[in-house]
Design a protein. Structure first.
Length: 626
């Protein structure tokens, strides 16, 4: 009977591990998630691999407890038999808590994240009740399985499969390491959120919002007509770090995530292979490597709700999408359990970026710079740091030093004076970092890239700043008039370091300025946009594609098939109208690009639907009178 009891415990642990993953997979599959980017077979593989991983982990944990108990005295052995059910108890209770939270948040907008103080008690009580019920049910289920003669055989098979799965993970494919560090320069990418060139001092704006950035531009590569490749932060950061278009990676915004080899092909990963320390300081959920599934680029964040599960790195090497899914489930469980028990508050990240109650705690650019400077000072080898500052994120702005908005209240969206002050704060933050680099004598061997993720209102068809300051010995100082884009940044950094630019990067190095840049080269960008009744399927978050050619911008709203065109405001190198593509050619180019990137262009209507809608960006602050 002891053998059957042990076998029953093992089976229950494996079953509850699989149940947690499969129930969460069903939740992800029935809502907008990264699974939308995968074909049906790959989505099923995520479920199968994640369930197998969780089942194996739980089963092996229980087997370890039972094996230890076999060497203990009789009384301790009985305790071990009970402790062997603990993995199943934790997994089943967690699954029930997530099911409850998914249900209440989806239907009523109330969940663990929206509770605080005494309002956590209902969820805490629910978790305790789930634990009591699960413990009783597991004992009843174990007693039932003990009566079945096939339980030991089934448990033996399950244990064997778990050991085989663990052995497969142990055979992690080796990844190539770089042969050297190249020039060994430090690399620092600093971006502000939603900053257009037109509101900076680079462009002769009526207000002196970025005096320090203007002073840097004179000794750097300065692109006067630079564009983002995405209208959402996640897609913009991925384009910046991978050198790939959002249409190539299919990452436009959360909850999109890198899948397949795209998860491993990026600038920070290449530099880590060449011995670089790396650091990412971005906003969680919307623009972090963890949420974007950017693998092997940055160390795991220190403030993760739970530690990394055993074997996840090996799992990611073989099944990156499955590993990403497991990490998401681990985090979802960890955040809620820690919140319910009052250990760590679960952040409401959506409320933070839209000006909710958590904004003051979640957006602290000064604290971000403190972490950056501490990292730089601790770096003895070359480093790569990617920093995204959030003070200028709209429609409400986190202003540190009021100047234009002094004495005003931010009681409406997109207030011009507050945006300008937020841009002034960004310039002051930049000056603080550069001053520290100069004081510590690191500026002379630092590649500094300053830009923005997109324009205000999540518009990728407006010019955003790009200033690239490289070490003096490279002699790269120029004003670039031809259009440049985010996918050009990674190739520029690699060439400056003397490293090979991989063929999968779609951008071009800017070290030679305008030389070799085609003024008519199209700049493609993707953005989330959905019209009611849109028939799009399989496009993930992509709903609008913009194409900027020289001084002309076009926006194609997918699913409604409405194309809007306009001049790029403030463009400094306009082309002759006869040189530019017409509307039909633009739409054909966009459709062709989507088709070669795996999108089903046949699902886009060939003729406009009767909405009469022309896609326009959200309302943004007007410029003050000059």
């Amino acid at each position: 009977m002891r053998l059957r009891r042990a076998a029953a415990s093992l089976l229950l642990c494996a079953a509850t591990g699989a149940f947690l993953m499969l129930s969460e997979w069903l939740f992800f599959a029935t809502r907008s998630s990264f699974l939308d980017l995968l074909p049906a077979g790959a989505r099923a593989a995520v479920a199968a691999v994640a369930a197998s991983y969780a089942a194996a982990l739980a089963l092996l944990a229980a087997a370890g407890v039972l094996l230890l108990g076999a060497w203990l005295p009789q009384r301790a052995r009985r305790l071990a038999e009970e402790l062997a059910l603990l993995p199943a108890l934790c997994l089943l209770s967690a699954a029930l808590l997530l099911l409850l939270d998914n249900f209440t948040y989806t239907l009523f907008g109330v969940g663990v994240v929206s509770t605080s103080g005494a309002w956590r008690l209902p969820h805490l009580l629910a978790l305790v009740l789930f634990g009591i019920w699960s413990w009783r049910w597991l004992h009843e289920a174990r007693a039932f399985l003990e009566e079945r003669r096939g339980a030991p055989t089934a448990a033996t098979v399950a244990l064997g499969l778990s050991l085989a799965f663990a052995g497969l993970l142990a055979l992690r494919p080796a990844r190539a390491t770089g042969a050297g560090i190249g020039a060994g320069y430090d690399v620092l990418l600093i971006a502000g959120d939603g900053i257009p060139s037109a509101r900076t001092s680079l462009d002769g704006y009526a207000r002196d919002t970025t005096p320090f950035l203007r002073s840097l531009a004179g000794e750097a590569l300065w692109s006067r007509n630079h564009f983002s490749n995405a209208g959402n932060t996640g897609g913009a950061i991925v384009s910046l770090l991978t050198g790939k278009l959002p249409m190539t990676t299919h990452v436009v915004r959360h909850p999109d995530a890198l899948v397949g080899r795209d998860a491993f092909e990026h600038l920070p990963g290449l530099l880590r292979q060449h011995g670089y320390r790396t650091l990412e300081l971005g906003f969680p959920l919307y623009g972090s490597s963890v949420d974007l599934n950017l693998r092997d680029g940055f160390p795991a964040p220190a403030d993760a709700p739970l530690g990394t599960l055993p074997g996840l790195a090996a799992l990611a090497a073989r099944w990156p999408s499955s590993a990403y899914f497991v990490e998401q489930v681990e985090r979802r469980v960890g955040e809620r359990v820690l919140h319910v028990f009052g250990v760590r508050r679960m952040p409401d990240l959506h409320a933070a970026v839209t000006g909710g109650s958590d904004a003051a705690d979640a957006i602290d650019d000064d604290a971000t710079l403190d972490r950056l400077i501490a990292f730089i000072d601790a770096s003895r080898e070359p480093y790569f740091a990617q920093v995204h500052l959030m003070g200028s994120h709209g429609p409400f702005f986190d202003v540190v030093e009021p100047h234009f908005s002094r004495g005003q209240r931010q009681d409406a969206e997109w207030l011009s004076d507050f945006l300008d002050d937020a841009i002034r704060d960004f310039d002051a933050h930049l000056q603080r970092v550069v001053a520290h680099l100069r004081a510590t004598e690191r500026m002379g061997h630092t590649i500094l890239v300053v830009s923005s993720d997109h324009g205000p209102g999540w518009d990728a068809s407006v010019r955003v700043p790009l200033v690239v300051l490289v070490p003096p010995e490279l002699g790269a100082t120029a004003t670039i008039e031809a259009n440049t884009q985010h996918v050009d940044v990674a190739p520029t950094v690699l060439e400056a370091l003397g490293l090979e630019v991989p063929a999968w990067m779609e951008g071009r190095s800017l070290l030679r300025g305008d030389a070799g840049l085609d003024p008519l080269r199209p700049v493609y960008a993707g953005r989330y946009f959905r019209m009611e009744g849109s028939p799009l399927r399989g496009f993930g978050s992509l709903g609008l594609v913009s194409l900027v050619q020289c001084s002309r911008a076009h926006r194609l709203l997918l699913g409604v098939d409405q194309l809007a065109s306009s001049a790029v405001a403030g463009h400094t190198a306009p082309c002759e109208a006869a040189e530019l593509w017409g509307a039909q050619t633009v739409e054909a180019k966009i459709r062709a690009l989507l088709a070669t990137r795996g999108y089903d262009v046949d699902s886009i209507p060939a003729t406009p639907l009767p909405f009469g809608v022309v896609p326009q960006p959200p309302r943004t602050p007007p410029e003050p009178a000059r």
